[in-house]
Design a protein. Structure first.
Ligand code: 3PG
Ligand code: MG
Length: 397
């Protein structure tokens, strides 16, 4: 990585604003943190700063509150977990900017750690508003980006703030970039991308780019419906982005032109409702009933995908194969996780929900690398730069 890191700047006694990605999954019913991997992944940076007697000001988003205060998305449980792990008190400020925050920061002693309240409670964060970024910058002397998972977002706390402070990478960002760069430099072929998750619109340009890198592209999960629709299959009530089949059709054509093998489900699990206890059946993609929706890939698809992946030497997996949150619909996702864990290939798991599944199944150690970023790792591997890394100070020479 050609960027300066936290180790290249003076931090002792300084107020250091660290953008982290504490966007952890929460239990619907209890609000408890179900996977704290993203918190643990930032410990090298936080401990480094504590050891060097910096005043540590952490800042993160949680969920998508869309610029408003959402009680369920307050960072108190995150602070509590971090404080348990660190063995020192971590307070949360009532807001992320303003006089009260400034007061709390004035009181910080060397090696203290403070967490600012959910940055996305302010609409200015996602709008990358300049005065909001300046207000954040005024809180500190140095800015560290350690939020790898959010580095593809050009938001105020990721991109904006870096204009007003010396801005360097945290140790997690450094590690993620170095590992992913290494894989990208000389990937062993065949190289496969196994893509899933719900939204095509989030990923369309990335999928386009990644076709320059991979030999095969396997598509499951929610986005498969849009591709099936593009091939004129009926997809019943499956979640669909209505304006996207054209993109999907273009992607299918591009793949053919470039000699990339694009594989779609041949059978799917469909359900009559989206909850546990739903009626489910396996059908061919040619006969998806009108009042049902796709919730997982089917057994023939699992077998086709498995055969293809078994001959690959590098596999990047991003996005679940179905609505894995409901155990009944998790079989395709779990089958892919087990398969990848057993392969000799280089296996990279792209963050968010895919990493959660792999963590829950205790397969992390059997993958080559589990990234804390979903969209971020996908974008990086497609060859695009990450705005939140771009803005950091360059390493000279
Ligand atoms: C993630 O979970 O992918 C990151 O925290 C970024 O979150 P976002 O997709 O809501 O920007
Ligand atoms: Mg995401």
């Amino acid at each position: 990585m050609n960027k300066l890191t936290v180790k290249d700047v003076e931090v002792g006694g300084k107020r250091v604003l660290v953008r982290v990605d504490f966007n952890v999954p929460l239990d619907e019913a209890t609000g408890a943190i179900t996977d704290d991997s993203r918190i643990r992944a930032t410990l090298p940076t936080i401990n480094y700063l504590i050891d060097r007697k910096a005043r540590v000001i952490l800042c993160s988003h949680l969920g998508r509150p869309k610029g408003k205060v959402v009680e369920k998305l307050r960072l108190a449980p995150v602070a509590q977990r971090l404080s348990q792990i660190l063995g020192q008190k971590v307070e949360v400020t009532p807001d992320c900017i303003g006089p009260e925050v400034e007061k709390a920061i004035e009181k910080l002693k060397p090696s203290d750690v403070l967490l600012l309240e959910n940055i996305r409670f302010h609409p200015e964060e996602e709008a990358n508003d300049a005065s909001f970024a300046q207000a954040l910058a005024r809180l500190a002397n140095v800015y560290v980006n350690d939020a790898f998972g959010a580095s593809h977002r050009a938001h105020a706390s990721i991109v904006g703030v870096a204009k007003y402070l010396p801005a360097v990478a945290g140790l997690l960002v450094e590690k993620e970039i170095n590992i992913l760069e290494g894989i990208l430099a000389h990937p062993a072929h065949p190289f496969a991308e196994l893509a899933g998750g719900a939204k095509v619109s989030d990923k369309i340009s990335i999928l386009e780019n990644i076709m320059d890198k991979v030999d095969c592209l396997l598509i499951g999960g929610g986005m498969a419906a849009t591709f099936l629709k593009a091939k004129s299959y009926e997809v019943g009530l499956s979640l669909m982005e209505d304006d996207k089949p054209d993109f999907a059709a273009k992607l299918i054509r591009d793949a053919a032109q470039r000699g990339v093998r694009l594989m779609l489900p041949v059978d799917v699990v469909v359900a009559n409702k989206l909850s546990a206890g739903a009626e489910v059946k396996v059908v061919s993609v040619k006969s998806i009933p009108p009042d049902w929706r796709i919730v997982d890939i089917g057994p023939r698809t699992i077998s086709n995908f498995s055969k293809e992946l078994q001959r690959c030497k590098t596999i990047f997996w991003n996005g679940p194969m179905g609505m894995y949150e409901i155990p009944q619909f998790a079989q395709g996702t779990q089958a892919m996780a087990r398969l990848l864990a057993g392969l000799e290939a280089t296996t990279i798991i792209g963050g968010g929900s895919t990493a959660e599944v792999v963590t829950e199944m205790k397969l992390v150690d059997r993958m080559t690398f589990v990234s804390t970023g979903g969209g971020a790792s996908l974008r990086f591997l497609s060859g695009e730069t990450l705005p939140g890394v771009e803005v950091l100070l360059d390493r000279k020479g």
